[in-house]
Design a protein around this ligand. Structure first.
Ligand SMILES: [Mn+2]
Length: 145
C-alpha cells in the first residue's frame, strides 16, 4: 500500500495496537458501512491489524440489507462490553457525543472520520478527519485508498 499522508497518520495513531474496533453510526446506512469497510481494509491489508466492525441498532432498509449481503455480512452487533479502553476505537460517519453512536463519554475515540458538522471533542482523537464540505465519509476513505 502506498503510505501517503493520512495513512501514515492513521498508522501512527494506532502504533502499538494489534486490534481496532470500528463503530459506524447507529442504524448504519451505506455511507457508514462503506466507510467502516474501507477503514477495515486499510488497517488489515495495509497495517496488518485485526479489525472488527460493530454497530448498534438495525440494518433495516432494503438497500442497506442488500449491501451487507453483497459484502458477506461484515458488521456485527455490538455489545457494551466490547467497548473497552484497551482496544482503540474508530468512529466513522459520526463523532464522539453526536448522540447517534454507542461510544460512552468516558472512552475516547482514537480515530474519527466524518463529514458531519465539526464537534470540538473530535480533536481529542489521535487521528481525525472531519470535512463537512464533503458529501460522504466514504469519499474521504476513497481518497486514502
Ligand atoms: Mn454519511
Amino acid at each position: 500500500m502506498n503510505m501517503t499522508g493520512p495513512i501514515i497518520k492513521i498508522y501512527k495513531a494506532l502504533e502499538g495496537y494489534k486490534q481496532l474496533l470500528i463503530i459506524p453510526h447507529n442504524d448504519p446506512d451505506p455511507d457508514a458501512i462503506a466507510t467502516a469497510i474501507g477503514l477495515r481494509y486499510l488497517v488489515t491489508e495495509g497495517l496488518g491489524m485485526t479489525a472488527q466492525i460493530g454497530y448498534r441498532g438495525i440494518i433495516g432498509r432494503s438497500e442497506n440489507k442488500a449491501l451487507v449481503r453483497y459484502l458477506d455480512h461484515p458488521l456485527q452487533k455490538l455489545d457494551q462490553q466490547e467497548i473497552r479502553q484497551n482496544i482503540p476505537i474508530a468512529l466513522v460517519d459520526t463523532q464522539p457525543g453526536a448522540g447517534n453512536n454507542p461510544l460512552p463519554e468516558n472512552i475516547p475515540a482514537t480515530i474519527v472520520i466524518d463529514h458531519h458538522e465539526w464537534r470540538e471533542i473530535s480533536s481529542k482523537a489521535r487521528f481525525f478527519d472531519i470535512r463537512p464540505e464533503i458529501g460522504a465519509s466514504a469519499t474521504i476513505l476513497t481518497e486514502y485508498l
